[in-house]
Ligand binder design. Structure first.
Ligand code: HEM
Length: 935
């Protein structure tokens, strides 16, 4: 118990040590006094009810203690306070002339981490809504246990139709055993041994918002009707009009030969399509996240939606707040197309949902419509290996060694490349000519890059295993077969199938590690997030305190994981898991036995709600603005500083990617996308080619659609609440008008953007007698009404109607180094940690018995051999050579020189990383002649 108290006080101790530092300056003294008041007031209470959440806004003394005057002033804005604490930005966020700027940074950064942990606890408590039938139990409990401590659900049993029904126990209590538990299964069943169906292909998407607040267009209840006043529909406000007015990339006179995103016919480097660029994040990072979403979720079946088609707008616009038809001339001027049509989203169930009553309150048992995730929800690299029997047939194994993925030599470029899909493969016509991949949709050069890279990584692992096995054939591989658990499996006895399965586990874990410890800390480039993300993986204690980590992990799994007390099993579980980290949680408990679910499954926690992604998660990943229209193409054999061509992304769409990859090679694409900045997530930054893309699969005359407009339509079809209610549901403060999106005083550009929002979404005369939400209350505890604090009867912005994607793109106040908005981020806080917490192979089954001994070391050290450490202390940290950098070095050795100075493979490779989290766009030594730095 001593350990528990020690860790519980960790954050507090850090604060106090910093707070009690003797202050020399008046300002510092005031802050230290505020620290005392903050400590005396005690830690924040975990809210009892949804409408009592802290909204990321702290008390006055806390703000002053952690960030001084700047943080104090910021409290008036809707945005989370921690972004203004000391040390949470670049050098400018450190105080000048303080006795110890380090002490201030420590209290700022640890304060931010505390705020984030509070947010996570509240999100776990208030934002889990499962659609598959368990929600009633979640609310009401079962057999005396609180709903949130329940771990096994009848709804997660395999149905009779599943081929493995008998194998897991049929009608009896179901438990996965034998071969079914040894690795990641094709359809994702049996990740959770006691809930075989969880996270498998075809399971329903969950929600993070109250069911009652989903599908606002349907106006199902009074609050929704009051909130939107009959103003919403699938095509109102008009999605194409929104796209053209608010999302189109603005082209300056610099833009030459952009040619609607097609660039110059000869790929001339003089072509230019303007886009707003992020200085600290590269194009590899953009494609990385598309590659990830193809692993996590999909609403489509084999590249298709439903059979029926719908219109896509370009027919109305608001004139003085009233929708009026758009004339052909107006449509042409805008650039939209009234004839565009698209296939409807697939719906799993739209029958009226049941309701139930608990504690005097009536609840819907699920959302009014549900949708299936046709992918496995697990982080199992299913985009590479398959998610059902059909997609698996697209995965080519090497017939000479079935442990390997098939890669073939290509003349003129080094290394192996994925084979091309053949007519006999299960493919849609639009995928003809593409490289073999389980998930082939929306394929361009970026997908080709990562699929080839990780196929090579798979084979690199197999090769190293075979090398070691040849050296030590009789040595223990670490693998065990649960059917004969005591039999040691020697290296020489590992079958190709067993090795393939282990390699998939290793590749999936490497991908998860890259995402958690490399992509995300660069996406959210500041100190609290660096610490927070590394805590998710290695724990706040890091790797330096293995004994304490092990002991804490034991406590988390055995004390908090097994209790029926919901507070312990949810909030304390989450808090204490930050100590040892989520990855590997429960894998080191004494007496581990691979035949017992208690061991192999013991480290998972679903917090009372079966794991699947919520629809809202898909919404915040609609990141199409990240993609540039043209890739600044370079050749590693020439001068990497030179841009030799500009290749249009659209000219690498679908089958065209194959030739682009094979004629130019993985190394050149890596270099090109590694150096180029990606597109900012902001208004007016949708790639031109995406607004005009032709999808061969569409059964329409023009086959054209506007992907930005489709993003809005899909969210409306799936009932995602609009932006303001979305924020309220997630425990963030609402906005009161379009101006709130932008920092005050408004710049000329932002004033124009606010006006554009006003023209597109409109205004109305507000009615203070209409209550619009029960998710939050005003600060004086009164209900929130249609006037949002403005005088009754005044003209207010229709801020409640703003589509969530448009809302988060408009958010212009963000924490330092955030490539995404805080609204998107809060969705990640919950779901990114949940998909680690829920996955046995990232927690209690991260063991040599499943991964092999080599596999465990590979994941821990980012490859074979001991961990490698970067020189120096980037941003003040001892930094292992990052996992993606190691993957790149291993599999594309041509890039060795280019990668030498790179610390994070998602930071533009030629950027000088500079001092503490700088976002400056300056070349590193040797890259001064790179034209990308000319402006
Ligand atoms: C480079 C080229 C890309 C192309 C051609 C492309 C194309 C598309 C298309 C056509 C859809 C609509 C599918 C439908 O609902 O009918 C879609 C959906 C989507 N895209 Fe992209 N996309 C690209 C890049 C990205 C990137 C970089 C991201 C970043 C994460 C992304 C995230 C998504 C998401 C989250 C969806 C919704 C998926 C779902 O409903 O399950 N896409 N994309």
């Amino acid at each position: 118990m001593k350990l528990i108290r020690l860790s519980a006080a960790c954050g507090l101790v850090a604060l106090l040590t910093a707070c009690t530092h003797p202050g020399a300056k008046e300002q510092e003294a005031r802050e230290l006094e505020a620290c005392k008041q903050m400590v005396l007031a005690g830690l924040l209470k975990i809210p009892e009810a949804r409408d009592m959440r802290f909204l990321g806004k702290v008390a006055e003394a806390t703000a002053v203690c952690r960030g001084g005057q700047k943080a104090l002033q910021f409290r008036m804005t809707p945005w989370v306070d921690w972004s203004q604490y000391w040390g949470t930005g670049d050098m400018a966020s450190l105080p000048q002339n303080y006795v110890s700027s380090q002490g201030a940074a420590l209290r700022g950064v640890s304060g931010a981490l505390l705020d984030l942990e509070y947010q996570r606890i509240a999100l776990i408590k208030f934002n889990l809504f499962d659609n598959s039938g368990t929600y009633k139990t979640y609310v009401s409990g079962s057999g005396g246990a609180g709903g949130r401590s329940i771990k096994v659900w009848p709804e997660m049993r395999l149905p009779k139709t599943n081929p493995y029904y008998q194998a897991v126990g049929g009608e009896r209590a179901q438990e996965c055993k034998g071969e079914l538990i040894r690795g990641r299964t094709t359809t994702g069943i049996c990740n959770d041994i006691l809930n075989p169906l969880m996270g498998s292909s075809g399971a329903l998407f969950a929600r993070n918002v109250e069911f009652e607040t989903s599908f606002p267009d349907l106006g199902r209840n009074e609050l929704t009707r009051n909130r939107h006043g009959n103003r919403l529909g699938l095509l109102t406000p008009d999605p194409q009009v929104i796209s053209r007015n608010l999302l189109t990339r603005i082209q300056t006179p610099d833009s030459k030969n952009c040619n609607a995103g097609f660039g110059a016919p000869d790929n001339s480097p003089t072509a230019n399509c303007d886009y707003q660029k992020a200085p600290f994040f590269n194009v590899l990072a953009a494609y990385w996240i598309q590659f990830m979403t193809h692993d996590w979720f999909s609403h489509m079946e084999e590249g298709h939606n439903a059979a029926a088609y719908i219109d896509m707008g370009c027919t109305t616009q608001l004139v003085d707040g009233v929708p009026k038809p758009l004339t052909p001339a107006e449509a042409e001027k805008l650039g939209c197309r009234p004839g565009d049509r698209v296939d409807k989203t697939l719906v799993a169930d739209d029958s009226p949902p049941e309701s139930f009553t608990a504690g005097g309150k009536k609840y819907l048992a699920r959302a009014p419509k549900t949708f299936a995730n046709t992918n496995t929800a697990w982080w199992d690299a299913s985009q590479l290996y398959g998610y059902d029997e059909t997609s698996k047939k697209r995965v080519k194994r090497d017939p000479k060694d079935p442990a390997r993925l098939l890669l073939e030599p290509v003349a003129g470029v080094s290394g192996g490349y994925l084979p091309v899909l053949q007519a006999g493969d299960p493919i849609q016509p639009q995928w003809m000519g593409q490289e073999a991949a389980a998930f082939p949709d929306n394929w361009t050069i970026g997908m080709s890059f990562f699929h080839n890279l990780f196929a090579r990584e798979h084979d690199a692992f197999v090769e190293e295993f075979r090398r070691q096995a040849a050296e030590r054939p009789n040595a223990d591989s670490g693998l065990r077969n649960p059917a004969v658990p005591t039999r040691e499996i020697a290296n020489k006895d590992v079958t190709p199938e067993e090795l393939f399965t282990a390699a998939r586990l290793v590749v999936s874990a490497m991908i998860a590690k890259i995402h958690t410890t490399e992509w995300t800390p660069q996406l959210l480039y500041n100190e609290p997030l660096y610490k927070g993300m590394n805590a998710n993986w290695n724990g706040l204690l890091g790797t330096g305190e293995p004994e304490v980590s092990k002991a804490l992990s034991d406590i988390v799994v055995n004390e908090f994981g097994k209790t029926k007390d919901v507070v312990k099993s949810t909030q304390w579980y989450s808090v204490f898991a930050s100590g040892p980290g989520i990855f590997g949680l429960g894998s080191q408990v004494p007496g581990y036995d691979i035949t017992k679910a208690e061991s192999t499954n013991g480290g998972v926690n679903h917090f009372g709600s079966p794991f699947n992604f919520p629809e809202e998660f898909v919404t915040v990943y609609r990141l199409h603005s990240l993609i540039p229209d043209l890739i600044e193409y370079r050749d590693w054999r020439q001068d990497p500083n030179q841009i030799v061509q500009k290749v249009a992304v659209i000219n690498t769409f679908e089958g065209k990617a194959t030739d682009a990859m094979r004629s130019r090679g993985l190394a050149n694409w890596g270099l090109s996308m590694g150096r180029q900045r990606l597109g900012l997530l902001t208004l007016h930054n949708i790639p031109q080619f995406m607004q005009n893309i032709r999808l061969p699969r569409l059964d329409t005359p023009g086959k054209q659609i506007d992907i930005a407009a489709l993003d809005l339509i899909r969210d409306r079809e799936r009932g995602v609440p609009r932006f303001n209610e979305f924020r309220r549901q997630y425990g963030l403060r609402q906005l009161t008008g379009y101006d709130d999106f932008f920092p005050k005083p408004l710049s000329a550009e932002h004033r124009q953007w606010a006006q554009q929002l006003r023209e597109v979404y409109g205004t109305h005369v507000c009615d203070a007698s209409k209550v619009i939400t029960d998710a939050q209350r005003n600060q004086d505890n009164s209900p929130i009404d249609d006037c949002l604090g403005h005088p009754n009867g005044s003209v207010v912005d229709n801020i409640e109607d703003v589509d969530t994607v448009v809302g988060w793109l408009s958010e212009s106040t963000r924490p330092h180094g955030f490539a995404i908005s805080e609204t998107q981020f809060v969705v990640f806080i919950l779901n990114a940690s949940r998909r680690l917490f829920s996955d046995r192979f990232f927690t209690s089954s991260f063991r040599p018995e499943f991964y092999t001994t080599l596999g465990v070391d590979w994941v821990n050290h980012n490859g074979p051999g001991p961990e490698q450490i970067e020189q120096g202390l980037p941003n003040g940290h001892k930094q292992p050579v990052s996992p993606l950098k190691r993957v790149l070095l291993r599999n594309i050795p041509e890039l060795a020189d280019e990668l030498k100075p790179v610390v994070n493979a998602f930071d533009p490779w030629a950027r000088a990383r500079g001092e503490y989290y700088t976002l400056e766009w300056k070349p590193r030594p040797g890259a001064e002649s790179d034209p990308a730095f000319m402006k």
